[in-house]
Design a protein around this ligand. Structure first.
Ligand code: GLN
Length: 504
């Protein structure tokens, strides 16, 4: 058995005792990355030398008798959305291509403190906007199960890396499904924690009231280990919950008796692929065979979830992304070319006798902002900025943004009510298995609709886990999702682990 076949939990146990050297494990993963990354484009950057020297340092510390942290030298891949001191953090955008973060995100600091080895930075949809992995300025990530197909997004590279054994575990982020969807489409386990469970300090913001960082892994047991390392209160993030971190890795293997699962009738309506519906129904039967009770529930406002999300997320994004102006952060246009462009325009207007327009041209500062942003943001990011700016503008704010906030409250109330009756809600993650790269490229609305099963958990602030429950007739992974109440991570992980113990 090769080292990359061990689960993260098994590997960490061997790293702790010294049965496996950290440098050896790191090298095995680096070799795998070198072999597969040219085909899958999962990693944007890998610093092999740095990873190996960090691994050797951990081996030396263990040899000196030091007690190692929770992860004991476990290699971890990180989505390129978390600031890491002295390293580029690009968000897969030309805007941040040359940005070097001046500090560590809390999640990065916690990984380092737990003695993880940071393998490299994974590809993603630009600024985490997307559900397919195709919106990266550095090329789409490819699904390890079929490289012509999408991985799902936006944590595309993290999902592909774990699915292809280029990393034992990875960090993703989820604003409306970006951990769970690629986990479902690549056949791995991904958990979106409760809003506030994991610090957002140093996470490049997309939609701040929805963003959460979380673990992506082969199994729930491995996800529990990674979550334990990163979760917990952080005074640098005022929205982080002041609740002590739980020992997820210890409790994950304890089965739950009397698990009460809810099935929302709205989750099995129009648009759901037949194979997915059948696989999810089978997963429900597996839970019944494990002693769970199944109740039908209703989430009556879920039909408004996608529309609500696509007002709130772009509004917050348009505000968050205003900081990329070429002056404070990010790409700055070539100012000489800009000056000569302005001069040419001015002369042409004067020659045409339009002196007033010539005097009204942009100031150089405004032109610098405009050119910098036009050049460096990709089309989906620009679309979100325009949608958000429109919805927030005077006269529309009440009609769109305020209305969306009210519907968000109703969606949250649906969940509150459901969780009085059940421990978790079981349903699909995506409406269909992974499609071919390019298939929806010209249809942003179709892509938005793909988020129908995932955005509600973010709007309601709950947690959700996606894990494999079968395969399509074409051999593509199918995922199932469990959504739980705020701080229900422990139960979700245990429920997923129960399932995985008998199905894998
Ligand atoms: N697909 C959703 C979007 O495009 C969710 C993305 C995410 O969770 N970061 O906004």
């Amino acid at each position: 058995m090769s080292l990359i076949d061990l689960s993260a939990t098994e590997l960490v146990a061997k790293l702790h005792t010294g049965e496996v050297a950290c440098a050896e494990a790191t090298r095995a993963y680096l070799d795998r990355i070198a072999e597969l990354n040219p085909k899958l484009n999962a990693f944007l950057r890998v610093d092999a030398d740095r990873a190996l020297s960090a691994a050797k340092e951990i081996d030396a510390r263990r040899a000196r008798g030091e007690t190692l942290g929770l992860l004991a030298g476990l290699p971890v891949a990180v989505k390129d959305v978390l600031c890491t001191a002295g390293e580029p953090t690009t968000c897969a955008s030309r805007m941040l291509e040359h940005f070097v973060a001046p500090y560590d995100a809390t999640v990065i600091a916690r990984l380092k403190a737990a003695d993880a080895v940071l393998l490299g930075r994974t590809n993603m949809d630009e600024f985490a906007m997307g559900g397919s992995g195709e919106n990266s300025a550095f090329g789409a990530t490819r699904n390890p199960h079929d490289p012509d197909r999408i991985t799902g997004g936006s944590s595309s590279g993290s999902a592909a890396a774990v699915a292809a054994r280029m990393a034992p575990v990875a960090i993703g982020s989820d604003t409306g499904g970006s951990i769970r969807q690629p986990a479902g489409l690549c056949g791995i386990t991904g958990l979106k924690p409760t809003y506030g469970r994991v610090s957002r300090y140093g996470l490049v913001a997309f939609a701040s009231s929805l963003d959460q960082v979380g673990p992506m892994a082969r199994t729930a047991e491995d996800a529990a280990l990674l979550l334990e390392a990163i979760a917990g209160h952080d005074r640098l993030d005022s929205t982080s919950l002041d609740v002590a971190a739980e020992r997820y890795s210890e409790s994950v293997s304890k089965p739950l008796d009397k698990l009460r699962l809810g099935v929302a009738r709205e989750h099995f309506g129009e648009g759901l692929d037949g194979e997915i519906a059948a696989a999810v129904r089978k997963a429900i039967e597996v839970y019944e065979s494990l002693g769970a009770t199944i109740d039908e529930i209703s989430l009556p406002h879920s039909k408004y979830a996608v529309a609500t999300y696509y007002i709130i997320a772009p509004c917050e994004a348009s505000s968050n992304l205003a900081r990329y102006d070429g002056a404070h952060y990010g790409h700055r246009t070539d100012e000489r070319a800009m000056q000569s462009e302005l001069e040419t325009e001015r002369r042409a207007l004067v020659a045409a006798g339009n002196k007033a327009a010539a005097e009204n041209l942009d100031s150089p500062l405004v032109r610098m902002y405009r050119r910098s942003r036009s050049e460096a943001f990709g089309p989906e990011v620009k679309r979100r900025i325009m949608l958000g700016t429109y919805a927030l503008s005077a006269g529309y704010y009440d009609a769109y943004y305020l209305k969306a906030l009210k519907v968000r409250r109703l969606i949250r109330q649906d969940y509150d009510q459901a969780f009085q009756k059940v421990d978790a809600i079981i349903g699909p993650v995506t409406a269909a298995p992974a499609y071919k790269i390019g298939d929806k490229a010209n249809d942003p609305l179709a892509m938005y609709l793909d988020d129908v099963y995932t955005v509600s958990a973010n709007l309601a602030g709950c947690c959700g886990i996606a894990f494999p429950c079968g395969a399509s007739s074409g051999g593509l992974p199918i995922g199932v999702q469990l959504q739980g109440p705020p701080l229900g991570e422990d139960k979700l992980l245990r429920a997923a682990d129960m399932f995985q113990r008998i199905t894998t």
